[in-house]
Design a protein around this ligand. Structure first.
Ligand code: MG
Length: 367
């Protein structure tokens, strides 16, 4: 089997709630996503998706995905999409870094491997653990009372895991954590995700101020060293996200006992192949995981579902159903949230069929 064509559609994904806001005053109203297609000489086509959280979250931006595909695509024509290690080796030889550019191609090739073998990607990634995947709901940064009101609504929808967007004014963040926590049941889980937004001294102060609250602290500061310093001063369960962008950082953080949970985003790590490698190591080392991506629609949500459903339940802290946040559906067969959970499809590959009318014209085509 050979890759004969790599192409992409640009899809705009407006938010049902109108806007998503997080640390440092950053916000997005309409997400700019790229759906990547890989076509083969057998007629099989696989799909992936890459959707940065705006251009100011990770070192990734939407037009960069498209430019990167034009750069890397010609190096992959004629290669076998089923040979995922070789394909990733080839991508890394052709383009240094830019993990997020490679992610969509890698996901699409897993989709092809699944269709070819007749197996869901979940099975190929290791097997299906449990009946369904428990989801978290991200709570966009707003006034404490607004966030508290929203969490009540999300609970009513079935969510039991919540990620509170903090990383703003530390005094307001203390109020946010307290206001939302007051609305939760003891069996719920609350994560205060600062998305690198606090200085080290503010982060230490916030952790002290909410010492009596059952809350996880996620990525308080910009650098790994600042996060580690905060971690060593608090007894809250601790999550690292933005700093862990590959195996090197995972192993370093593990050696320092710098986290209890790590947030694995497929495009941050460069695709399902590399995320599986990190995920499997986390399983071996007993590190909990949030399994997700930076953002996306139906295709990203399908990829997350297969990754998360193939992760042992005791270490599968949470996952994300981004397709329920946005107004546009780009694929049939994508997972649908049911009372706070989702399931990976049992159909071959990702189990999705692209809605051609929803994705618009081609913006990249390499033959
Ligand atoms: Mg995070």
């Amino acid at each position: 089997m050979k890759i004969t064509r790599i192409f992409a559609h640009r899809v705009l994904l407006p938010l049902k709630e109108g806007r998503y806001s997080w640390s440092g005053g950053k916000s997005v109203d309409v997400f700019d996503s790229t759906i990547v297609g890989v076509e083969t000489n057998t007629g099989l086509i696989g799909y992936g998706e890459v959707c940065p959280l705006g251009p100011f979250y990770l070192p990734a931006y939407a037009d960069g995905v498209r430019a990167g595909l034009r750069e890397i695509g010609p190096h992959l024509i004629g290669w076998d999409p089923r040979e995922l290690a070789k394909l990733n080796h080839r991508m890394d030889a052709a383009l240094k870094g830019h993990a997020y550019v490679k992610s969509g191609i890698d996901i699409a090739c897993w989709d092809i491997l699944g269709q070819f073998t007749g197996l869901p990607v979940c099975t190929l990634l290791g097997g299906r653990f449990g009946d369904a995947v428990r989801l978290y709901r991200a709570i966009s940064q707003e006034a404490p009372e607004v966030m508290a009101k929203k969490v009540v609504g999300y609970r009513a929808e079935g969510y039991t895991r919540f990620q509170l967007k903090v990383g703003g004014d530390p005094d307001l963040d203390i109020d946010r954590i307290r206001a939302v926590s007051a609305m939760l049941k003891p069996t719920d889980r609350l994560v205060a995700d600062a998305n690198t937004g606090w200085t080290q001294h503010d982060a230490v102060r916030v952790c002290r101020a909410v010492r009596d609250v059952d809350v996880y602290i996620e990525q308080p500061c910009l650098t790994y060293e600042e996060c580690l310093a905060v971690r060593q001063k608090t007894d809250h369960p601790f999550v690292l996200d933005e700093n862990v962008d590959g195996l090197d950082m995972l192993l370093r953080a593990r050696a320092d006992l710098a986290m209890d949970v790590v947030n694995l985003k497929i495009s941050k790590l460069g695709g399902l192949t590399k995320t599986k490698q990190v995920r499997d190591l986390c399983v071996s080392m007993g590190i909990g995981m949030t399994l997700e991506d930076s953002w996306g629609g139906d295709v990203t949500t399908a990829a997350i579902a297969h990754l998360a459903h193939s992760t042992p339940e005791e270490l599968r802290f949470t996952a994300t159903d981004f397709n329920s946040y946005v107004t546009v559906s780009t694929a049939e067969g994508a997972p649908q949230r049911d009372n706070g959970f989702m399931k990976a499809s049992t159909a071959p590959g990702l189990g999705i069929r692209l809605r051609k009318a929803a994705v618009g014209p081609l913006v990249v085509e390499v033959r």
